[in-house]
Design a protein around this ligand. Sequence first.
Ligand code: SAM
Length: 210
Amino acid sequence: MAKFILEQSVDRYLYDAIPRRDALLTEMEDRARREDIKIVGPLVGRLLALLVELTSARRIFEMGSAIGYSTIWMARAAGPRAEIYYSDGDPQRARDAQAYFRRAGVQKRIHVQTGDALALLRNSRGSFDMIFCDVNKGQYPAAFRLALPRVRRGGLFLADNVLWSGRVSDRARDEATRAIQQFNRLIYSSRDLFPVIVPLRDGVAVCRKR
Ligand SMILES: C[S@@+](CC[C@H](N)C(=O)[O-])C[C@H]1O[C@@H](n2cnc3c(N)ncnc32)[C@H](O)[C@@H]1O
C-alpha cells in the first residue's frame, strides 16, 4: 500500500468525497489492496480520465500497466475509437488485465503487450496523444528520454509517484529516489514541456508538450 504525501485525514477526506466506482473497479481496488498490487487508485484514476477527456486523447501508451486498473480509467474516458497500448513485464498480470478488459467491455480498444515497456515503446510506431509512465522508478529518466519525442505536440506526458511518499525532499537518497529527483529535474528543465506536479496521492507529473 502506497504511503501518501497529504496529511492522512485530508487524504481520507478526498477518498470519501469521490463517487463510488462500479463493481469491476471496486473489485480491482480490493484485489490490489489484498495482494499489494500497486495501482494508481481512484483519485489518480479520475485525474487520468479527466486529462484524456480534456485533450480528446485517443492514441495512448501506458508504460507499466499491471492488472489494467489505470488502463480501464483511460480506455473508458477515451471512448470506442481509442487505441490504448497496455504494457507490462509480467505475463500473468497481462492475462489478468485482459480478463478485466473483457469484463469492462473495452478489450477492442486495448493492445496488450508484454515485455520491457521501454523496449515496447521504442519498437512501436507513430506518435501518441498521451504517454503515461508507471514503470520501475529507477527507469524514469530513461523513460522520459524515450517518451518525449513520441508524444505529439499538444499531447501529454504523465508519470505517477513523482513525490515518492515525500522522499524526494529527503537527504537520504536511495537509487529510486535519486532517479525520481532526476526525472523531476528533467521535466522542469525541458524546453519542450510545460509540466505541473500535482500533489495528489503520491504525486502525478502532468506535462504538456509544446
Ligand atoms: C505501479 S504498477 C502499474 C500500475 C498501473 N499503472 C495502475 O495504476 O493500475 C507497475 C507495473 O509496472 C511493471 N513494470 C515495472 N517496470 C517495467 C518495465 N520496465 N517494463 C514493463 N513493465 C514494468 C510491473 O510489473 C508492475 O506491474
